[in-house]
Design a protein around this ligand. Structure first.
Ligand SMILES: *Cc1c(COP(=O)(O)O)cnc(C)c1O
Length: 379
């Protein structure tokens, strides 16, 4: 598909994936919500200490479920950082919400909590922080502002599984949190996600929304004698074939996290002198954040130098990538009133950030090649 000898991302078998998938076939459980989905739910609930976890078809869908659960209506306002993936905003736009963008902190690239209160209005219905690169947002301040205004917080924790903020797991701060198991994330099943529910009042309706608006889950528990259409919903249930793959990865979570920690620290140490010398930024992880080691990025001196580094690495067969196009400057964001200069830190970092190859099976030889190539680049 491409001629990169070191890709940006590559999926790998981490444990008993194939064995578990084989088992779904032999026990005849390939639809959703069966043995392996239940195993994933129990695993997430126990390891993260959340009230309820539900695997979903994607993180995008877990965010859409959140918008439905919070009864987001046309005209409601939802506060989202501009520096994030489309789904963080789109899930709420789908319900007719008006997205109020926020700028990010210059250090962690997380939603800038110092600007948050100024964005809250009488129409605000939710705050959606994103734990960028798996480094926790300032959840103390965000939680206080949310509580003062009676607003729910939904964590987009796509990057942050197994990260902590002040000793507490990311994904346990908001009433809801969305996880991603997309191929590019630390733990994956190709395409998948999970909704974590920390407010028990939302659990029963979440089951209904996830099951096409029916009370099918209650029926299977024997709590009602027939199941029918009781609310709005959609089809957000993950197949047990994918849940089997996912469970194998979850079983290996400590191994996966250890591999990623090693890769992250190796980049950080070996690029430190080069970065200092050339005025290049490395990731900032505050002491009270235990990050999830989701990605390794550099902040180049300019857009032009960033593009030059990507081209230089490409000439060495190494794929590096940038993100995010600020949502307020995307075609959709511009139609919603976005204009250049509105969120200066977002725009600046979006121009200058580059992500280096980072995946569970990246070996030291290949990582050394990336590091050497970066060091040889005339920054
Ligand atoms: C990957 C990602 C998503 C979407 O995840 P899917 O599982 O692909 O839907 C949402 N938000 C952020 C911040 C992401 O990185």
């Amino acid at each position: 598909m491409n001629d990169y000898s070191i890709p940006f991302n590559r999926s790998s078998i981490q444990g008993r994936e194939l064995e578990h998938i084989f088992r779904t076939m032999t026990i005849g459980q390939i639809a959703g919500n069966q043995t392996y989905s239940q195993k994933c739910h129990a695993f997430l609930e126990q390891s993260l200490q959340v009230q309820k976890a539900m695997v979903t078809t994607s993180c995008t869908h877990a965010l859409e479920m959140s918008a439905l659960l919070l009864d987001i209506q046309p005209g409601d306002e939802v506060i989202v950082p501009s520096f994030t993936f489309v789904s963080t905003a789109n899930a709420f736009t789908l319900r007719g919400a008006k997205i109020i963008f926020s700028d990010i902190r210059p250090d962690t690239l997380n939603l800038d909590e110092r600007q948050l209160e100024g964005l809250v209005s009488s129409r605000t219905k939710a705050i959606v922080p994103v734990h960028y690169a798996g480094v926790g947002c300032e959840m103390g301040v965000i939680g206080e502002i949310a509580a003062r205004h009676g607003l729910p917080v939904v964590e987009d924790n796509a990057h942050g599984l197994f990260g902590k903020f002040r000793g507490r797991w990311l994904g346990t701060f908001g009433c809801l949190a969305a996880q991603s198991f997309h191929e590019t994330k630390n733990i994956t099943c190709g395409e998948g996600g999970a909704l974590l529910i920390n407010d028990p009042r939302l659990i029963e309706r979440a089951e209904i929304i996830r099951e096409k608006g029916t009370n099918r889950s209650r029926f299977f528990r024997g709590q009602v004698d027939k199941y029918s259409w009781v609310d709005i919903g959609s089809s957000y249930v993950m197949s047990d074939v994918l849940a089997a793959f996912l469970f194998a990865q979850l079983e290996m979570w400590q191994n996966i996290q250890a591999q990623r920690e090693r890769i992250w620290k190796y980049y950080d140490q070996h690029l430190r002198d080069w970065a200092r010398e050339h005025g290049i930024g490395q990731p900032v992880v505050p002491a009270h954040c235990e990050q999830s080691f989701h990605m390794y990025y550099l902040i180049m001196p300019s857009l032009e130098r960033r593009q030059a580094l990507i081209s230089f690495l490409k000439s060495r067969g190494i794929l590096s990538v940038f993100h995010y196009v600020p949502l307020h400057l995307s075609p959709m964001g511009m139609r919603m009133g976005g204009r250049k200069g509105a969120y200066p830190i977002t725009e600046d970092r979006s121009d200058r950030l580059v992500r280096l190859p980072f995946y569970n099976s990246l070996n030291t030889d290949n990582q050394d090649r990336v590091i050497r190539a970066v060091q040889e680049f005339d920054a």
